[in-house]
Design a protein around this ligand. Structure first.
Ligand SMILES: *Cc1c(COP(=O)(O)O)cnc(C)c1O
Length: 381
């Protein structure tokens, strides 16, 4: 594969902290680098206190367990998101209620959200998908009006902003993922960020088997082992040294893709408002339905050129594990079947990105004709 979709860049600073970790001989979750990672992360992306976890999904599990929901309580979630956003709602015994994406962009349609609220609604899960933040100003207005808790899933949007304010600093608890393809990585890993001492105590309780830090072996609730290891934190400390540059580089990569794409009429224009500042976790074009190639055909051809892609997620409501919670809206189907992700990682050069983008455009200018087992390509005049 010449160009994978994601490719973490690891180097000297990660090695420096890993060496420190090994020299200390503290490799599980009692080492000093965990607190250091939490503090530095909160400094860079707070305000708030950070609770590091062993995955992004675990961060969401801790957040939803901290809300102490009861069976039958409802949480409004996007239908169009990664399943790891919503499985924690189910494990916390609550019922997810799907909000469809907007027509103009793939995040929740906030006009469709308010009518979903009833007396059982306890919280809203705002997911900032594919690097594009939800309009958190509006989400917080709705939450205040109905006295709802807000959890932000920032797994794909570290560094994105709304009205100049960083995502993860609007709601009650924000959750981040440090999986290898995310903006910042620790291999596997995640983190909760909160500005409230009360939520902080709950998160720590659930992270460590339901024990409070000063009550060893005394279990108040049924908790998790959600702790991050010192080895993961070492990689995270190294990554944090260049995280702002990494975020800027992703934005730059988006501009390079747009050098080629913005002159073309193959892509659906995403409208999200001037106060929304993306981070370009992954370049995410959405094909217009009129294109001669469909999304899957295009991705198959790109693979032959050594360019890896990812199709957008399926709507949760369309899959066996999640279809009992609601039906699929046309907007969710549209984004799910027309969107895809292109290679986006900080070691890509301008030349690489222009080459990839030109291949995409070149393929879209060809027309497919399905024959007896043979696909023949005809150039549109
Ligand atoms: C990656 C991701 C998660 C889960 O994070 P893991 O670290 O893989 O457990 C949750 N939500 C979204 C939107 C994600 O992209």
């Amino acid at each position: 594969m010449r160009f994978p979709v994601a490719n973490p860049v690891l180097g000297k600073s990660e090695l420096k902290y890993l060496q420190k970790c090994l020299d200390s001989n503290w490799i599980s979750s009692s080492g000093a680098l965990i607190a250091q990672f939490e503090e530095k992360f909160a400094e860079a992306f707070g305000p708030g206190k950070a609770v590091a976890t062993n995955s992004g999904t675990m961060a969401l599990d801790l957040a939803f367990h901290s809300l102490e929901l009861s069976p039958g309580d409802e949480v409004i979630v996007p239908d169009f998101t990664f399943a790891g956003s919503v499985s924690p709602v189910c494990r916390a015994q609550a019922v997810p209620v799907y909000c469809p994406p907007a027509k103009e962009h793939w995040n929740m349609d906030l006009n469709a959200l308010e009518p979903l609220i009833n007396s059982r609604t306890k919280a809203i899960l705002a997911v900032h998908l594919y690097g594009q933040p939800c309009d958190m100003v509006k989400v917080m207005q709705i939450a205040k009006k109905y006295d709802l808790k807000v959890i932000e899933d920032c797994a794909e949007a570290l560094g994105a902003k709304v009205n100049g304010q960083k995502v993860g600093t609007f709601g009650d608890i924000a959750c981040f993922s440090f999986f290898a393809n995310k903006v910042l990585t620790t291999g596997e890993g995640g983190l909760c960020l909160t500005r409230s001492e009360e939520w902080l105590e709950k998160l720590l309780l659930y992270r460590d088997h339901g024990m409070l830090p000063n009550e060893r072996y005394w279990h108040r609730v049924i908790g998790f082992n959600g702790r991050m290891t010192n080895l993961q934190a070492a990689v995270g400390c190294g990554q944090l040294e260049s995280v702002h540059e990494m975020i800027e580089k992703r934005k730059q990569i988006h501009c390079w893709y747009q050098d080629v794409f913005s002159d073309e009429s193959y892509f659906f224009p995403i409208k999200k408002g001037d106060h929304i500042e993306d981070v370009n976790w992954l370049e995410s074009p959405v094909l217009r339905p009129e294109c001669s190639l469909n999304r899957d055909q295009l991705c198959e051809e790109l693979l032959k050129e050594g360019i890896d892609t990812r199709p957008f997620f399926y709507p949760l409501s369309s899959m066996p594990a999640y279809d009992k919670f609601g039906t699929t809206h046309a907007n969710a189907l549209f984004f799910s079947s027309h969107g895809f992700n292109l290679p986006t990682y900080t070691s890509l050069s301008k030349k690489d990105v222009h080459w990839i983008a030109k291949k995409v455009v070149e393929l879209l200018s060809l027309q497919y004709k399905e024959g007896s087992g043979v696909t023949c390509r005809l150039k549109i005049p």
